[in-house]
Ligand binder design. Structure first.
Ligand SMILES: [Zn+2]
Length: 314
């Protein structure tokens, strides 16, 4: 039996998962890297991967596929675009990995898309042909899977759910330069901002938030009966439900998966979200399910491995 590597590339370290080709996660290893540029860094990564593979009794030749997920755009040909948040030379790393694992198929995948593929392979969407994953974190990302395949779009913007316009009256400008995007209401930053707005409208101080993405404090406040927090979360659920209803008109997925740090408050907004989705959607789509993701921050690792396995099959 062969094995597969799924590698999640972050700013200061990479997290590599070793999988059986059936999808069972065998072992995870963190390798601290700093910037992944130049031969020294590449060989550090390769050495880490080799020791992970041998720790489970495999040899380099047993590795059938290696997937890497990166925080940035990857086009249909697997080419990595601009990566503003990390220092990585994708071609260089690819060559180094290819030299060390000659039998492996290699694939790069965008991190949001990789997370969706991971859930499809071994998570909440296992066995589901069409679904949309929404990652609620610092921003709002998405992954669209139709008929078991990711839809990345002609211009790579497929799944940019965070920039669906959900409010025409918004005065603040979104990161994309427009106004009233879903991200302004359903991201961690958006929820903290909505809470501030609700507190101001009520003339109350509210609970202290530690930073601009501190949804944890807002969720805690809601759990202890804070009215402003409850209202902020209600607005978030309403706008998110509205966006999902629009998506249903085009994709009509059988389910939506909610992931990212904000999904930690899923129990607080699940009921309101389902209700607002049903309020805005057309009747045939009303039974689409809205579920939390199940692989947490390992989804990207799973999905990268799966993408590489697919490459091998193709
Ligand atoms: Zn936007």
């Amino acid at each position: 039996m062969g094995c597969v590597l799924g590698i999640d590339i972050g700013g200061t370290n990479i997290k590599a998962g070793l999988f059986a080709s059936t999808g069972e996660l065998l072992e995870v290893k963190k390798i601290s890297t700093g910037s992944i540029v130049g031969e020294e860094a590449f060989s550090e990564v390769v050495c880490g991967l080799e020791s992970l593979v041998t720790s489970e009794g495999f040899s380099s030749d047993d590795v059938e596929a290696i997937g890497l997920d990166v925080p940035g755009p990857v086009d249909d040909q697997g080419r990595v675009g601009m990566l503003p948040n990390i220092e990585l030379d994708p071609e260089g790393l690819q060559s180094a990995i290819k030299a060390a694992f000659p039998a492996a198929a290699l694939a790069f995948e965008n991190d949001a898309n990789a997370a969706a593929l991971g859930e499809l392979w071994q998570g909440s969407a296992k066995g589901v042909g069409s679904f949309v994953m929404i990652t609620l974190g610092t921003g709002v990302g998405g992954g669209v899977v139709v008929g078991g395949r990711l839809v990345s779009g002609a211009f790579g913007a497929g799944g940019e759910i965070g920039h669906i316009t959900v409010c025409e009256d918004e005065e603040l400008v979104c990161g994309c330069g427009r106004r009233g995007c879903l991200e302004q209401y359903a991201s961690a930053k958006g929820i903290v901002r909505l809470y501030g707005r609700e507190c101001a409208a009520r003339g109350v101080e509210g609970v202290p938030v530690e930073h601009e993405t501190d949804t944890l404090s807002v969720f805690e406040a809601c759990r202890s009966g804070d009215e402003a927090a409850r209202a902020a979360i209600a607005t978030m659920s309403d706008r998110l439900g509205y966006a999902l209803a629009q998506i249903s008109c085009v994709i009509d997925p059988s389910c939506y998966l909610i992931g990212g740090g904000v999904a930690g408050g899923f129990d607080l907004f699940a009921t309101g979200l389902a209700a607002s989705f049903r309020e805005y959607c057309i009747a045939p789509c009303a039974s689409a399910r809205i579920l939390p993701c199940s692989l947490g921050n390992e989804a990207g690792m799973y999905g990268a491995a799966y993408a590489a396995l697919q490459q091998r099959v193709a």
